[in-house]
Write a protein that binds this ligand. Structure first.
Ligand code: PLP
Length: 352
């Protein structure tokens, strides 16, 4: 049978998302979803949404949502771009800011594994900078490297290790000719966002998502905060691809969510105190676990990540495992509710 796929698409290796199995109910600690529900305001926006409005196209640039985000982040509408998940925002960053025959992008060897997929899709070259021995970002190596821009997950995934605002400030200042794209998917669980630096640096773009901190992974929304020129670049890329990426319902729900700061801060506090407890318990069970600034733990064990992953899955607990050289001793475990984490811990006690 003749294949109609392009040679190009056949040559790519797409990103593999964490499992979303439907075969049984798992204690799901594998994709860093928030264990708590969206805010009452977000749920109310959903319930009161007038379905008849779906006849019309949404605001193409999601302006009301941009305004709500701008208020929450302390910036202006012209500093904000919204997309259909931060994955889409990050994808659009590649054609917006990089050329096929240019200096290209750079990112760590152990970081969000979607970045090389985006670069390959847009045929943009990239350089890989290994993490240091202690799993922290090698910022000095990034500073020495020739590249057009750097994708920096902060806190990093899957390590959970964060870079504080002062260190980011110095790093951005040291690299005025490089675009620093800070992927702050988990920043709400750390509190050291680089957004206040956007006014100071025109080479900084901060990307955030509604999926983790805002407990809205199912609605697909993410955004970028940066100087207006960078934001215009993202709009130009969007309008070459999909003029209306953020649907009307999503715009309404997310605008309500960002306005519920107190609710989300309280939920994040619960996650953070549970993170401390879970880490201590894992260490007692013989795991190596770096201090995490995110809503997950990077947990290494002498028996290997695959043993942990498989044993837990048999016992109805899902965590994330990568069968690669550098990650094969580790699992990434999302911090759940105290009950979910107890289920994880008792399964581990049985196995170990
Ligand atoms: C979850 C995640 C994203 C993607 O979030 P969506 O908005 O759901 O697309 C981006 N970057 C990192 C590092 C993530 O972990």
């Amino acid at each position: 049978m003749k294949s109609f796929l392009s040679e190009f698409i056949s040559s790519l290796t797409p990103y593999t998302a964490g499992e979303q199995p439907q075969d049984r109910r798992y204690v799901k600690l594998n994709t860093n979803e928030n264990p708590y529900p969206p805010s009452p305001g977000a749920e109310e926006a959903l319930r009161s949404f007038d379905g008849a409005k779906l006849r019309l196209y949404p605001s193409p640039n999601a302006d009301a949502l941009r305004d709500a985000i701008a208020r929450a982040e302390g910036v202006e509408r012209e500093n904000v771009f919204c997309g259909n998940g931060s994955d889409e925002v990050l994808a659009l960053c590649i054609p917006a800011f990089f050329d096929k025959e240019g200096e290209g992008a750079a990112f760590a060897d152990i970081t969000y594994s979607f970045y090389p997929v985006f670069c390959d899709f847009f045929s943009v070259p990239y350089r890989i900078v290994p993490l240091k021995e202690d799993y922290t970002m090698d910022l000095a190596a990034f500073s020495r490297l020739r590249c057009k821009g750097i994708l920096l997950t902060n806190p990093n995934a899957p390590t959970g290790i964060g870079i504080n605002r002062d260190t980011m400030d110095a790093f951005i200042a040291e690299n005025p000719d490089k675009l620093i794209i800070a992927d702050e998917a988990y920043m709400g669980f750390y509190g050291e966002s680089a957004v206040p630096l956007v006014k100071k640096y025109s080479n900084l773009l901060v990307v955030k998502t509604f999926s983790k901190y805002y407990a809205l992974a199912g609605i697909r929304c993410g955004y970028a905060v940066g100087n207006p020129e960078l934001i215009r670049g993202l709009f130009a890329a969007k309008d070459c691809f999909n003029s209306y990426p953020v649907d009307a319902l999503c715009q309404a729900v997310c605008a309500a969510a960002v306005s519920d700061a107190d609710y989300y801060a309280a939920a994040a506090e619960k996650v953070k105190s549970e993170r401390t407890r879970l880490r201590q318990e894992l260490v007692k069970l013989g795991f190596f676990v770096p201090e995490s600034a995110a809503n997950f733990l990077f947990a290494g064990h002498p028996k290997g990540g695959e043993f942990i992953y498989r044993g837990l899955k048999e016992r109805g607990v899902l965590v994330r495992f990568w069968n690669t050289d550098k990650l094969k001793n580790f699992c990434r475990i999302t911090v759940g509710t105290p009950e979910e984490d107890d289920a994880l811990l008792s399964a581990l006690r049985e196995m170990l």
